[in-house]
Design a protein around this ligand. Structure first.
Ligand code: S6P
Ligand code: ZN
Length: 193
């Protein structure tokens, strides 16, 4: 046991509640995005302005066992994305590219129904279905965004590099080359430039 106790590592006690999308422990961090935080994300600005700005769209809980930017470490987190629409566009995450584009990421879904959009540097977009048990590999250079196309919370867990970083500006400026709207009670991909 003495070898284990002297090894480099974290003694953080983190408890997961997989299906609820909960992480508990002193080192768990948490951030929520509400409608009011997501101006200019959705296509229909009037519909966005008509929704209570306090309405939660998604919440992320994560554990960073090493400081952000540390080379070779890993972060672990969960996102709970609520069901809903702005106009006919489904609730979604902002989406980002990793600032270090050599850093990939895993997502796995525990509940709900969603689409994972990955967009490469040429703005080609791939949509993968997210359902209970689906596992997704996000290439380091791909922008990624998740869309909840169901009527219950979409809960997915993620593991990514501590030195991946976040570039939100690129997506904020040009968006994705595809958006997901509801048409005839089904999700539909609409391609854009
Ligand atoms: C981090 C990972 C997720 C997202 C989360 C929210 O690399 O991809 O934890 O941060 O799903 O999405 P966004 O685009 O607002 O960061
Ligand atoms: Zn990411």
């Amino acid at each position: 046991m003495s070898d284990v106790q002297s090894a480099t590592g974290s003694t953080a006690a983190i408890k997961l509640e997989w299906n609820a999308g909960l992480m508990q422990g002193a080192q768990v961090q948490e951030s929520a995005k509400k409608i009011g935080d997501l101006e200019n994300l959705f296509r229909d600005r009037d519909a966005w302005a008509g929704i209570d700005p306090a309405q939660e769209v998604y919440r992320v809980r994560w554990w960073a066992p090493v400081p952000a930017g540390s080379e070779g470490g890993l972060f672990w987190g969960v996102t709970v994305l609520q069901p809903g629409k702005v106009g006919n566009e489904f609730f979604m995450t902002q989406g980002h590219i990793h600032a270090n584009q050599t850093r990939a990421e895993f997502y796995t879904t525990v509940s709900g129904k969603g689409l994972l959009l990955q967009m490469d540097r040429e703005r080609n977009t791939l949509a993968e279905q997210m359902t209970t048990g689906s596992l997704h590999y996000i290439h380091g250079q791909n922008a990624h965004r998740v869309v909840n196309v169901g009527d219950s919370p979409l809960i997915f867990w993620a593991c990514w590099g501590s030195d991946a970083g976040y570039d939100y500006a690129t997506i904020r400026e040009r968006g994705f080359s595809a958006i997901i709207i509801e048409q005839d009670a089904s999700p539909m991909i609409v391609h854009r430039s």
